[in-house]
Design a protein around this ligand. Structure first.
Ligand SMILES: *[C@@H]1O[C@H](CO)[C@@H](O)[C@H](O)[C@H]1NC(C)=O
Ligand SMILES: [Ca+2]
Length: 146
């Protein structure tokens, strides 16, 4: 293998290390076994994340009017729940830079969503959840061991 090939392999590794695409089953297992999510609610979490980001931890979407963006697996909003670090005014309810919600450690993302669920008394803060997940059941995760 020549030096050019080695260099391009390194470059590919460097851009892919800090993002991740989950499968539904993998996310369900990690949420329950590592992040304290109630097994009976795993389908709600996975459906919400799938609807919001297609399970892509690096997903960023700019909202209509360009006044804010949504970050990561659960599409945490930069106006209300994190600090985009670009000098824009933000409520930053979850007290993290938005970039914390794009990496492969989803523990802080889960904490933020737990906080929002407490504050809102449920999943009403998520457009994706309201549109696509309000009637899902555990059968959403059929075939997964979690
Ligand atoms: C995940 O999101 C990033 C950032 O938007 C995008 O560049 C990448 O193509 C996405 N990956 C997949 C598999 O959709
Ligand atoms: Ca994170």
């Amino acid at each position: 293998m020549g030096p050019t090939v080695i260099l391009s392999l390194l470059a590919v590794t460097a851009v892919t290390v800090d993002g991740k695409i989950y499968t539904k089953c993998e996310l369900a297992t990690e949420l329950v076994s590592q992040h304290g999510v109630n097994r009976n609610e795993a389908h709600d979490w996975v459906c919400m994340a799938f609807t919001e980001s297609t399970l892509n931890t690096t997903a960023v979407n700019i909202n209509r009017g360009r006044t804010s963006s949504d970050y990561g697996l659960f599409q945490i909003n930069s106006k209300w729940n994190c600090d985009p670090g670009d000098g824009r005014k933000t409520y930053n309810g979850c007290q993290h830079p938005c970039s914390d919600y794009l990496n492969t450690d989803i523990g802080d993302d889960v904490q933020c969503i737990q906080q929002l669920r407490r504050e809102h008394g449920g999943w009403g803060f998520s457009y994706g959840y309201r549109a696509k997940c309000s009637s899902v059941t555990s059968s959403y995760l059929n075939g997964c061991n979690y």
